[in-house]
Design a protein around this ligand. Structure first.
Ligand code: ZN
Length: 217
């Protein structure tokens, strides 16, 4: 049973040159409502992608708040207007108050208004788009994966052939692997994984090939 009309999304990826961090433009092909997922160090690339396609960007969604995923927020807000920035509760203070995410790095000068909360189990709606929110912590406490139309935006939890770093003070290796297994590997094989860094992959491929996740035989 379908609870709501399904959407077909068009995805465009832009990566910055310094950290290779991906910023995604996710656009409803029919309505052109769109969101940006993560805000890398070259926000002009995703702004340009939105302009080219005529997307109406309704919100910015953050998979987590490491600097390379939030660096371009002010520029995106300048380009798209004061649209909501949505983030998990556990990392809200990073974008709202400028509280450092990592004790290993200094504070950052990000203080934003209109910050929305991503809650596991509560759909996040932006115009005609509706995302499912999965809590995938461990790289950072408020790590989330965003699901829409056969796609998973996993941030720095899961990569093609790898998983996120979990050696920071507020990281948790067991939680990272547990979240990946329970929330991500439980998804169908053909789900496409769009990571915070590097190329896209699928759940089926990672279940079989990812050296951090393959069960010993
Ligand atoms: Zn990252």
């Amino acid at each position: 049973m379908k609870l709501h009309e399904s959407v077909t999304v068009r995805i465009e990826v832009t990566a910055d040159r310094r950290f290779g961090t991906n910023s995604y433009l996710v656009e409803d092909e029919e309505t052109h409502d769109a969101v940006v997922i993560d805000s890398n160090l070259e926000p002009d690339l995703v702004v340009e992608a939105a302009r080219r396609s005529g997307a109406r960007v309704r919100a910015i969604l953050l998979t987590h708040t490491d600097l390379d995923h939030i660096a371009g927020l002010h520029e995106l807000r300048e380009a798209f207007g004061p649209i909501p920035v949505a983030v998990h509760e556990a990392e809200k203070d990073v974008v709202e108050q400028g509280k450092p995410l990592r004790r290993e790095f200094g504070p950052i000068a990000t203080r934003l208004e209109n910050v929305a909360t991503l809650v596991e189990g509560e759909p996040y709606r932006a115009g005609s788009l509706e995302f499912e929110v999965l809590h995938t912590p461990g790289h950072s406490p408020g790590g989330v994966t965003l699901k829409i139309d056969g796609c998973l935006f996993t941030g720095d939890a899961l990569f093609a052939g790898s998983v996120g770093r979990s050696d920071f003070a507020n990281s948790d290796t067991a939680a990272l692997l547990d979240g990946i297994r329970s929330r991500l590997l439980s998804q169908p094989d053909d789900m496409i994984v769009y990571s915070g860094h590097g190329p896209a992959t699928t759940i089926g491929r990672e279940r079989k090939m990812n050296p951090f996740l393959v069960e010993p035989t």
